[in-house]
Structures are given as structure tokens and as C-alpha cells.
Write a protein that binds this ligand. Structure first.
Ligand code: URA
Length: 434
């Protein structure tokens, strides 16, 4: 088989066979196919798209490009969750202990953040001492004994996705359904859980800008998960503004702890109850979503879920006292209010641009090698639909220097669209595919 012929075939609208897809994935993973040919293939795939059969074959070839984790040594139902990526997305920090304290095991492999989106691992690393690099034996032991572990994906799980995602990131070929589906589902299938829930973001801060494209993406991922013998569900949620209030690693941890403490957390809590409900129902721990919601809320009011977070932190070497005393988490030396220069209603907050404010403050990675400041970020005080007066604070900026804080405050003001009319409210959870 010749890669040049396969590139031309895809470029001209042809359909790649399972053997051709395996040839491409294996060849690229082991270095026989160079970046320049794979870039051309990705661009052809971007413009021509992938049909369902091609997407399934690509998912399977990527999943089998490395180790497929065997979780059979862990008792009970094992669940995993994936988000298509957003700004202010601290969902895993709330959701994982919330369902683990009901007896569903969470064996989660996660990533560090890159660009405008944050990563769960960076947020967890805000706990002094915590390690996300457990040996495979420690990982299995923690899941068995504590009920959950969240670790860095090891290099030998889905190496094809690691190479392909890095290449897509720099060749403008991320935002196409077949490539997103195969990237996410190959990782999730290789990670070995029985139940997979997907948080599919939709709107200006995500890859899928429209509800229709988010639904199509979610349905295809769920179908592939089920065809592989897993229980799979998806929740489509709005990412037209950041999720919740905090953006920045330690600040997001504080918001997640507040949510687990039963403090008012709005859409973050709503999302965790919905994703958690899908998991409890799929795991046979609740008969329906309403019953699951009651169980999960009780986990919060009883303090069980928060204690489970503390157990997770301690089991991975972190200082669990920070769960009860958040002053032990990193905090930035400078705080500045970003004041509104207009009165009216918040009509829109450009989520990806808010992520870039955090990046500017040093809280995100411009490249994989960047060292990040876990303490910086911002806490929004005004969300879409809120009334705001000129001179009122839109957000508190947490920065390392007064200069950075002032620059970030100006950037943040630009993220807001303020209008005279109150915008029509839109549902945050757009649909649930169970
Ligand atoms: N998240 C992933 O893991 N892969 C994609 O392609 C897009 C979002």
C-alpha cells in the first residue's frame, strides 16, 4: 500500500477500507509515515469527512495502537467520563468523588491542559504534594481500595492519538467529527471502563459550535461505545460562556470544593447531577435519573462526597487538609476587580477568550513544555443574563503582578458583550442521550 495513493483516494472523495485505515494508523504511530504525509491525509479527511464505518475502523485501529487496560482485577462497575473540552470545566473534580462515594469505581486517565482549555490534572496538582503519575499497580490498588484514581494517561495507552492529536493541533484539523469521535472513543475504550459518559460541549467555547453538530458527535460516540459492549451515555451542554464562575487551576478547585460542600453552584452542580445520574443508572445503582439525583444530593448533604475527594487526594500523596481549609491551596499575590465600562445586561461571554486571559496570566500552557502558575486566574461575578452597572465588578483577577492583573482585566472586559436588552435565557443542558 502506498500512502501517496491513499492520500489521493481520500482527497478525491473515496472511502478508506479497514485495511487502509489500519495501515495509516500503524504506519504513523511507528514512524514509517512522516508528518508531512499524515498532515495531507488529515486535511483530506477534514474536507471530505469520514463515514461511520471509517470512523469505527479508525477508532479501533487507534485503540489497538497501544495497551488496552484490563480493569477486571477491580471489583464492581468501573466508570469513566470524558469532556470534549471547555473553559472553567472542573466537572471531574466534583463528579468523580460524587459517584465513587456511591460505590461506582472511577478509573480515570486524564490530561494536562493546552491552549485555552484547562486540564483536570493541572487542577488536581493544586493540592500540595499530589502526584498524577501512579504506577499501574498503584492505580489499580487505589481504584480498588479508595474507589477512585485520576492519573496521567500512560505513554503506551493509545499512542496513535497522542501523535495524531498533536499534529491536528498544529495543522488546523481538529474540528471534524470523525477525527474527534475516534480520538475520544479510542482513548476511552483503551482505558477499559464498563460505563462511559461523555460531556459534549456546544457553543463558542467548544469545537462544536451548533447544537446539531454536538448531537451528531454525541450520538456517534455513544453508538461506537455501545457497539464495543460498553454502557454509554452523553450529555450536551452549553459552552457559550465558561462553566461556573472560576477559571484557573486552584480557583477551580475551590469552586469544586464549594460545590461538594453544598454551596450554591448552579450549572456546575446541575451538570454533575446529570452526568452522575447517567452513571448511577448505567451501573445499576439507581432505577432512574430522578432516584439517582436524590442519591447524589444526599452524598453532598451528608458530606460523603467531600470526604471521598479528601481520600482521593490523600491516596495520591496530596495534602487532604486543603479540602477542608482551601487557604492551603496556592493563592496569587495580586487581586484586582475588572470593572464594567457599560451598564446593561450580559449578553455573551466569549468562553475561549476567557481561557486566553488565564493563559496570559500564566495559568495555561502555550506549549506542552510551559510551566504554569496554579494560583492565577479569575472568578466571574457576572454571567449571561445578569444585570450590570457601569463601574461594577465583572470578575476578580488573580495575578502574579499588578501589571499582569491590569492587562488581564482589560482583556476580560473585551470578552463581555453587554446589551440594553436582557437576552433570552437558554437551557444549559441541551439534551441527554441515554
Ligand atoms: N478531545 C479529544 O480528546 N480529542 C479531540 O479530537 C477533541 C477533543
Amino acid at each position: 500500500m502506498l500512502m501517496t495513493e491513499l492520500i489521493a483516494k481520500k482527497r478525491d472523495g473515496g472511502t478508506l477500507s479497514p485495511q487502509e485505515i489500519k495501515f495509516i494508523v500503524d504506519g504513523y504511530t511507528n514512524g514509517e509515515i512522516p508528518d508531512y504525509q499524515m498532515s495531507a491525509m488529515l486535511m483530506a479527511m477534514y474536507f471530505r469527512g469520514l463515514n461511520h464505518d471509517e470512523t469505527v475502523e479508525l477508532t479501533l485501529a487507534m485503540m489497538h495502537s497501544g495497551e488496552v487496560i484490563d480493569l477486571s482485577a477491580i471489583d464492581g462497575v468501573k466508570a469513566d467520563k470524558h469532556s470534549t473540552g471547555g473553559v472553567g470545566d472542573k466537572t471531574s473534580l466534583v463528579l468523580c468523588p460524587l459517584v465513587a462515594c456511591e460505590g461506582v469505581k472511577i478509573a480515570k486517565m486524564s490530561g494536562h491542559g493546552l491552549g485555552h482549555t484547562g486540564g483536570t490534572l493541572d487542577k488536581l496538582e493544586s493540592f500540595p504534594g499530589l502526584s498524577v503519575n501512579l504506577t499501574p499497580e498503584q492505580f489499580l490498588r487505589n481504584v480498588n481500595e479508595v474507589g477512585l484514581a485520576i492519573v496521567s494517561q500512560t505513554a503506551n495507552v493509545d499512542p496513535a492519538d497522542k501523535k495524531l492529536y498533536a499534529l491536528r493541533d498544529v495543522t488546523g484539523t481538529v474540528a471534524v467529527q470523525g477525527l474527534i469521535v475516534s480520538s475520544i472513543m479510542s482513548k476511552k475504550l483503551a482505558a477499559g471502563a464498563d460505563v462511559i459518559v461523555l460531556d459534549v460541549k456546544c457553543g463558542s467555547g467548544s469545537f462544536t459550535k451548533t447544537e446539531d453538530s454536538a448531537r451528531s458527535l454525541a450520538e456517534e460516540m455513544v453508538a461506537i461505545g455501545r457497539a464495543a459492549g460498553k454502557k454509554a451515555a452523553a450529555v450536551i451542554t452549553d459552552m457559550d460562556e465558561p462553566l461556573g464562575y472560576a477559571v484557573g487551576n486552584a480557583l477551580e478547585v475551590k469552586e469544586a470544593i464549594a460545590c461538594l460542600s453544598g454551596e450554591k453552584c448552579g450549572e456546575l452542580l446541575e451538570l454533575c447531577l446529570t452526568l452522575g445520574g447517567c452513571i448511577l443508572v448505567a451501573a445499576g445503582k439507581a432505577p432512574d435519573m430522578d432516584a439517582a439525583r436524590g442519591i447524589l444530593l444526599e452524598g453532598i448533604t451528608s458530606g460523603r462526597a467531600k470526604r471521598k475527594l479528601a481520600e482521593l487526594i490523600a491516596a495520591q500523596g496530596g495534602d487532604e487538609r486543603a479540602v477542608y481549609d482551601t487557604s492551603l491551596l496556592p493563592s496569587a499575590p495580586v487581586q484586582l476587580e475588572a470593572l464594567s465600562d457599560k451598564s446593561g445586561y450580559v449578553n455573551h461571554i466569549q468562553a475561549d477568550s476567557v481561557g486566553l486571559v488565564n493563559l496570559h496570566l500564566g495559568g495555561g500552557r502555550a506549549t506542552k513544555e510551559s510551566v504554569i502558575d496554579l494560583s492565577v486566574g479569575l472568578v466571574l461575578h457576572k454571567k449571561v443574563g445578569d444585570k450590570v452597572e457601569r463601574g461594577e465588578s465583572l470578575a476578580t483577577i488573580h495575578a502574579s503582578t499588578p501589571e499582569k492583573a491590569a492587562e488581564a482585566a482589560e482583556m476580560l472586559r473585551q470578552c463581555y458583550t453587554i446589551t440594553d436588552e436582557k437576552p433570552q435565557s437558554k437551557p444549559f443542558i441541551k439534551s441527554v442521550i441515554v
